[in-house]
Design a protein around this ligand. Structure first.
Ligand code: DX5
Ligand code: ZN
Length: 223
């Protein structure tokens, strides 16, 4: 099993106070914030533009991980990179030229993530392994937090881990990660576990406890 990072998804935070939510995550010991960008077209919800990412950046400690659920992607890569993202993930389903998108992302200096929906197989990923730093395996159909993990995700992660072999590519699972599912996902080979509802439950005073217990459960300490 790989060391696990919990990636809190700010989508489940209080939208009226996102700066202080990011600071509360840092105070809770998290050095990662996952930002879900939705366009109301590729997914049926609307969230953060690049300007919002830019104003949040100073409140984020460590990695700003921007998950682009938008189509087209290419016209916005530069703006999100300039907003201070460390990682930009684009969906394989968002257009016909994902290879070009991944090159554009790396060209900005950001790490490149490839996100794949539950209905998408791993075949296409095999041709992109030299062009990515992480794969975001969606555990739910993207658009909303608080959904239930699609169980087939676990086998998909296991297969992807074998496909990646010893390449330095991280496997992120996004959607439906909680105390009940995280150990199976980490055991299958996921090392970046996005969690929205499971981190933000209980408000800021619970964030540290939620994150630490998710990590411990993932690694089998509490499983
Ligand atoms: C779903 C988003 C996820 C979501 C995860 O479209 O990409 O990042 O916020 O939320 P939970 O952990 O609540 O399933
Ligand atoms: Zn996400």
């Amino acid at each position: 099993m790989h060391p696990v990072t919990i990636c809190p998804s700010i989508l489940s935070g209080d939208f009226s106070a996102l700066g202080s939510e990011c600071r509360a995550l840092a105070e809770a010991g998290s050095d990662w914030v996952h930002v879900d960008v939705m366009d109301g077209h590729f997914v049926p919800n609307l969230t953060f533009g690049p300007q919002m990412c830019a104003v949040l950046r100073p409140h984020i400690q460590g990695t700003m991980d921007v998950h682009l659920m938008i189509a087209p992607v290419d016209p916005y890569v530069e703006a999100y990179a300039k907003s201070g993202a460390d990682i930009l993930s684009a969906h394989i389903e968002a257009g016909p030229h994902v290879h070009r998108t991944l090159q554009a992302i790396r060209g900005t200096g950001c790490k490149a993530g490839l996100a794949i929906n539950p209905g998408t197989g791993l075949d296409a990923v095999a041709h992109l392994l030299d062009d990515i730093d992480l794969v975001n395996v969606m555990g739910v159909n993207p658009g909303f937090g608080g959904q239930k993990l699609i169980p087939a995700t676990i086998a998909k992660v296991r297969q992807l881990r074998a496909m990646i072999a010893d390449r330095p590519i991280r496997i992120q699972v996004d959607g439906g990660v909680n105390a009940r599912t995280i150990h199976a996902l980490a055991s299958a080979g996921a090392d970046l576990l996005v969690a929205g509802a499971a981190v933000f439950e209980g408000g800021p005073e619970a964030y540290r406890r939620n994150i630490e217990s998710l990590r411990a459960t993932a690694e089998g300490v509490l499983a």
